[in-house]
Write a protein that binds this ligand. Sequence first.
Ligand code: FAD
Ligand code: UDP
Length: 373
Amino acid sequence: MVEKYDYLIVGAGFAGAVLAERLAEESGKTCLVVDRRSHIAGNAYDKVDQAGILIHAYGPHYFRTNSTRVVDYLSRFTQWHQVTYQVLVWTDGKYWQFPINLNTFEQYLGRPSTTEEMEATLAKWREDFPNPKNSEEMVLSQVGRKFYEMFFKNYTKKQWKRDPSQLDASVCGRIPVRTNRDNRFVTDTFQALPQEGYTAMFEKILRHPRITVRLNTDYRQLPPQVKYERMIYTGMIDEFYNFSEGRLPYRSMRFEAETLPQEFFQPAMQVNYPNDHEYTRVVEIKHATGQKSPVTTIVREYPEDFGPGKEAYYPVPAPDSKELYEKYAAKAKMEKNVTFVGRLATYRYYNMDQVVAMALSEFDKLKASKATN
Ligand code: FAD
Ligand code: UDP
């Protein structure tokens, strides 16, 4: 028996779920959402572990945004738990305030200081790169070599298996540098986690009479009786084209969870380890979710090469990968019935809010074209 849908949506992460909801609710389209993983929510998936602790299965997902459109949209599906995200770095045998600010500078000096002194010192330490071309130049131009080597150089090598000089300036440029005492990880106007977690929010986004979700399903293995008019694709763009132009680089990760019989393990939700251990960071998400429990679960993140059986967690922002991506993007542009959306399909190191904004604007484009008539 033929199964007919208006849209096949590949991927039940933010990009796929938001587009499915918009197409179903606002345009009356029927959508089949498939994901080859065993769950919805893509990399934002969270779950309660055996000890009863809500953990983020694929690394910490700190929702933050300056977009009221994105907040208004997601607020239809969740209430929010306000959080101030705080991160520390462990190096040289102690915890350091991170991102670098006046408190970090005082820790370095071992005495009280002022914004003026920090600015004057950084002015001496900074190296002159008016238009930083890569992540090394970016950090050197902001804080100079001492802090580059303490905080950035080895973390970046561990995470990307590339020297910071081989990565776009935007990679380390994600981390702010401040000369005040603002200890927040990011300064976006909205910082909060979905009250009941991401997976619960995705369940609501996808709960619609015109949306069918099929898990453990690679779209390439769908039976021929499944018919659809258009496709939304949110997977790896090079895989879509069977790697015809060559393989795009990605970084993968191994997440190792450990439950401990104590209320908290570390002083903040995230501690980064630039210079010690094989892992980059330890996340204790309980600090952020506010969950009360006498036990805790921490997750250590070990960067890994991408390959068979591994998930592609990060596109690698660099000139060589951009050049290759452009070849795929040119092919994608020629597609009449496929829309490429999200972090892997557009090969962009995007946060969740940016992916939601991208999905909403793709919906606007589909609506403006005859694709949703
Ligand atoms: P994904 O969530 O990757 O969803 C794509 C889905 O498509 C996947 O579930 C995949 O299984 C499925 N798929 C692919 N190919 C196929 C196929 N052939 N058939 C069927 N299904 C397929 N963002 C933040 O805003 N804040 C953070 O703190 C943050 N931390 C992060 C930490 C880590 C370790 C990582 C990896 C990412 C983090 N992000 C964070 C980014 C965030 O995860 C992404 O922006 C967001 O999840 C991207 O959504 P997406 O729908 O584009 O992709
Ligand atoms: N980074 C670093 N040291 C740190 C934190 C970050 O060198 O303590 C660099 C590193 O290259 C990292 C990038 O900044 O990949 C972006 O950091 P972010 O915490 O935003 O990474 P994500 O959460 O996306 O993995």
